[in-house]
Design a binder for this molecule. Structure first.
Ligand code: PA5
Length: 465
């Protein structure tokens, strides 16, 4: 078993009746689960949920591998320009499967290009990264499903000029545009200017797109075995595509989180005990937040619902967050991700000069990490704090693919339980439109007036220090 879900400490018989979940509560969701499952199956058949079928599309691998091979020859540095779902999955998988890739020397990296994922428009951060790169040997992935995201557009325009200044008309060869197959400003540019491009399949939204060219192309360039990543997800799909709540880990974990939320545990912490899996928690944070945090339910009524996801890292955040988790308000459920087998382990040597240190002798660093996780789970459990653990045998392309698939299906199913549409994100639109207005984009004049009238109504309170 490569992945398992240990939910012992979620249950009332372990953490107590007030916050723990009872077998009856789980059973009360069985019928609803079957009904949700058949709705999902129907929508899949109608082609409405294409993310489910991405892992079985192995054809994409040869196409992407061939382009990746060209890009590896051409460039020493590759840079992802994108944000949200266009960036976080790539960062997560890169960290998991090519730990410290960019810090390794060229020989240790087997001459593979460095891969930077720039998902912000902070001019300090952006220009510092450009400073690290020789433009003649740098390529960019411009990734945007909509083709119009302001941050990505801004990054692209600056990068394009930077490359053009160095290589002249050949600048087009330094960009691969990954966007909608038919529409949007980036697709129009592909048609007009002849950039190389990849399509994000229609119907696959940003946060469900890591297993498309969005993630696969940059990751293949950095040496990730994308065939094994997809195969891991494909192999895992049978575990999460059936309607038995008690044996489907995606449905079960969503149900546990949902029931915990009903008991007032509205904060959901994901805490891998693994540097490699650190950014999987960051990717999941966006997936969970943007999918489930909604004003309206699918019935059109105002619900203002959604668990707040927090990402943490064991053991690092034991010295930062765990005090709050163990003793603070009863509003959290903690999910640990445990790794059974590390690629390497380090034995702690004996050092008799300090008697206070000898207890560690003969143990390993991996063992310490494991024991600290068990100790943290015990502290939470003793204090009636529900927690569960996703055990991963080892961090490999296959298990990372499986984890991605698990969390995506879990999120979709949770959307149904919470009664919201997990595939949209209307709440981010308002801010986007104000931004367009403030940046003078044509067509957003009314939004600009609305912004001005909100400002006019406000009594400014600024403390200058
Ligand atoms: O998950 C989502 O849909 C979002 O996070 C998007 O990925 C993000 O807003 C970027 O959008 P786009 O890919 O259109 O540039």
């Amino acid at each position: 078993m490569k992945i398992s879900l240990d939910y012992t400490n979620m249950m009332a018989d372990t953490v107590g009746a007030e916050y723990g979940i009872t077998d009856d509560e789980l059973q009360s969701l069985h019928e609803q689960t079957r009904s949700i499952h058949s709705q999902i199956a129907r929508r899949r058949q109608q082609g409405e949920l294409p993310f489910f079928d991405l892992p079985s599309n192995q054809e994409v691998v040869s196409e992407i591998t061939s382009l990746a091979n060209d890009l590896r020859q051409q460039f020493d540095n590759l840079v992802v320009l994108g944000i949200g779902g266009s960036a976080l999955g790539t960062t997560a998988v890169l960290q998991a499967l090519r730990l410290s890739h960019n810090l390794l020397g060229s020989k240790q990296r087997e001459s593979l290009p460095r891969l930077f994922v720039l998902d912000n428009v902070d001019p300090d951060g952006f220009s510092t990264h450009l400073d690290l790169c020789d433009p003649a040997r740098t390529g960019f992935f411009v990734i945007s499903k909509s083709g119009s995201t302001v941050e990505t557009t801004c990054q692209f325009l600056i990068a394009r000029q930077w490359i053009e200044a160095a290589v002249g008309d050949a600048y087009r060869d330094h960009f691969v545009l990954i966007t909608d197959p038919e529409v949007g400003a980036l697709r129009d540019l592909v048609r007009q200017e002849g950039y190389r491009s990849c399509a994000i399949p229609a119907g696959v939204g940003g946060r469900f797109s890591v297993l498309t060219a969005v993630g696969l192309l940059p990751l293949a360039c950095a040496g990730v075995d994308i065939a094994a990543l997809l195969q891991g997800a494909a192999d895992f799909s049978e575990k999460v595509c059936h309607d038995d709540l008690e044996t489907n880990p995606a449905y079960l974990n969503a149900a546990l989180q949902y029931l915990a939320y009903q008991k007032g545990l509205s904060i959901s912490v994901l805490m891998p005990y693994s540097d490699r899996l650190r950014d999987v928690a960051d990717w999941f944070r966006q997936l969970w937040a943007e999918s489930l945090g909604k004003r309206y339910g699918t019935d059109g009524k105002i619900v203002n619902v959604g668990p707040t996801p927090i990402n943490a890292l064991g053991t690092t955040d034991q010295h930062s967050q765990v005090q709050l988790y163990v003793e603070g308000p009863y509003d959290k459920v903690v999910t640990f991700i445990a790794v059974d087998k590390f690629d390497r382990d380090l034995e702690v040597p004996r050092y008799d000069a300090s008697p206070a240190m000898t207890y560690l002798a003969g143990h390993s660093m991996g063992e310490l990490l494991r024991m600290e996780r068990l100790a943290t789970a015990a502290a939470l459990t003793k204090n009636h704090r529900p927690n569960c653990t996703i055990n991963v045998l080892q961090v490999t392309p296959a298990t990372v693919g499986a984890l991605i698939y698990l969390f995506e299906v879990q999120t979709l199913f949770a959307g149904y339980l919470f009664g919201v549409n997990p595939l949209d994100q209307p709440g981010v639109e308002e801010g986007k439109q104000f931004t367009y207005a403030l940046m003078g984009r044509q067509g957003f004049e009314e939004k600009g007036q609305e912004y001005a009238s909100i400002q006019a109504r406000q009594k400014t309170r600024v403390l200058n220090c």
